[in-house]
Design a protein around this ligand. Structure first.
Ligand code: SF4
Length: 250
């Protein structure tokens, strides 16, 4: 059994240079324009990672208008809300998405490391590693680039993200990096996209059941994730490196 990666990222030959060139050529684009340009740059080698969370419908809708068969990696940790799974099914059907790939943690690892299913209580970093980071790494093996819905407005370590980055040898595209909450809302309304059912119950950011709480009034959108802990990210997006400079931003 191979232990999930814990070492420093490595880079495919030429990837940092390609990321820098893409940033120079396309770094001024946003939203669907950037998404479209990257699908042309990486035909068959780019995937969209989606949690099917509160803001996910925007990118999924954009992807469906470009190519309904675009690979969409959905990470099913085994700890998700039932509402998220139903929302995924609803969006997939409405948007006609045909390329959804479900990434799941290894059963072998779960039975060995988290047989009780309560590892999140004692070692959330290890829990995220076996339920999120390792399955995502496996799913991304077939791709040179991936698309995420991260936004600067989410604060914390996301404040300084760029539209085009590089991490772990793959190019990471953030088409909504500069989007505001208002712009997201306007897009969802204009396209008449359904909302995640838990949004109306006060959850602006939704992950696994044990690690998602309602934020305190006036606090950051993601403050309900791992509430009360120093942890703010699952590890999928750490470390990340600036495309233009190739420097660590941890
Ligand atoms: S978010 Fe919580 S339950 Fe989900 S993988 Fe991470 S620690 Fe485990």
């Amino acid at each position: 059994m191979t232990e999930p990666r814990q070492d420093a990222p490595t880079f495919a030959a030429g990837a940092p240079q390609r990321a820098a060139a893409l940033a120079a050529q396309y770094g001024h684009l946003q939203g669907i324009e950037l998404l479209h340009a990257m699908t042309l740059e990486f035909p068959g080698r780019i995937a969209l990672a989606s949690s099917f969370g509160t803001e996910s419908a925007v990118l999924l809708h954009m992807a469906s208008t470009i190519d309904p068969g675009l690979p969409v990696i959905f990470l099913n940790t085994g700890k998700l809300f039932d509402e998220t799974l139903r929302y995924r099914d609803d969006l997939v059907a409405r948007l006609g998405l045909t390329g959804v790939i479900e990434a799941k943690p290894s059963n072998e690892w779960l039975s060995e490391v988290d047989p009780s299913g309560r590892l999140w209580r004692f070692d959330p970093d290890l829990c995220c590693r076996i339920r999120k980071v390792a399955p995502m790494e496996t799913a991304l093996k077939n791709f040179d680039a991936w698309i995420t819905g991260r936004k600067r407005m989410h604060g914390g370590q996301r404040t300084g993200i760029d539209p085009i980055e590089i991490a772990d040898g793959r190019i990471k595209i953030n088409p909504l990096a500069d989007w505001s909450r208002g712009r997201i809302e306007a897009y969802l309304d204009r396209e008449k996209l359904p909302r995640h059912p838990l949004e109306a119950e006060g959850f602006p950011s939704i992950g696994c059941v044990p690690c998602t709480a309602r934020p305190q009034p006036g606090s950051d959108v993601r403050s309900g994730r791992w509430a009360g802990q120093a942890k703010t990210e699952c590890g999928i997006h750490l470390p990340y490196l600036a495309a233009a400079h190739g420097e660590s931003r941890r």
